[in-house]
Design a protein around this ligand. Structure first.
Ligand SMILES: C[S@@+](CC[C@H](N)C(=O)[O-])C[C@H]1O[C@@H](n2cnc3c(N)ncnc32)[C@H](O)[C@@H]1O
Length: 198
């Protein structure tokens, strides 16, 4: 009975995780191709870096150890389903951001202004300045809550937060150069999208 329960739990958690990760990366790539054209998109748009792959492997190791030694902690379905909801919300906001920004959305930060790059301030950008980062933050932490992984939840939150803490000012430095006071006014009336980052 216990073994059946464990394998059902593990199957459900791991298949949700697999589909969340698979859908996230494939849809990023497909959207990038449809917005920018195949010739302008590289496999980098899959957004799979070594550090990211390592973090995902660590989270699966945590999951395996905990389900083996403390199977009861993985049976907390209200926690897991909250994580699943966060995965959906994060994915939705991120994809809305990519679609809304269109050609202005590039996976690499632009350092030179191109004509096709216009300031986007409508849709999900109306109130949140970095909706795709908000979406990724919620999605990535959500995957770990979904797995009932306490250590990886904390680690993902800290690492992803630290990443955006460095990236947002760098990205905004160039946006201020490109759009001047228009960006200044926009920045003043919007939330960055990441907690405790101005
Ligand atoms: C990976 S996208 C992220 C966009 C945004 N930070 C977000 O979270 O939705 C990075 C590129 O988007 C551009 N960008 C960011 N905010 C923008 C905006 N409001 N309008 C137009 N381009 C923007 C930056 O110049 C950069 O090249």
């Amino acid at each position: 009975m216990t073994e059946t329960l464990i394998s059902y739990t593990a199957c459900r958690h791991l298949s949700q995780m697999f589909f969340a990760v698979f859908f996230f990366h494939c849809s990023e790539y497909i959207l990038a191709i449809s917005i920018h054209g195949k010739n302008r998109v590289t496999l980098k748009s899959l957004l799979v870096t070594k550090a990211y792959a390592l973090a995902m492997i660590c989270s699966l190791i945590e999951y395996s150890l905990e389900i083996y030694f403390f199977p009861g902690m993985k049976e907390n379905w209200s926690v897991s389903n909250t994580g699943l909801c966060l995965v959906f919300i994060g994915e939705l906001v991120r994809k809305l951001a990519v679609i809304t920004a269109g050609k202005s959305f590039t996976h690499l930060i632009k350092k030179y202004h191109e004509e096709s790059h216009v300031l986007v301030t409508h849709g999900v950008y109306e109130y949140i300045r970095h909706p795709s980062y908000f979406g990724f933050f919620v999605w990535s932490v959500g995957t770990q809550i979904m797995l009932c992984n306490p250590f990886s939840t904390l680690a993902f939150a800290l690492v992803v937060w630290g990443f955006f803490k460095r990236r947002i000012p760098y990205e905004e430095f160039f946006l201020r150069q490109f759009f001047g006071s228009e960006y200044e006014v926009y920045a003043r009336r919007t939330w960055s999208g990441i907690p405790f980052i101005e």
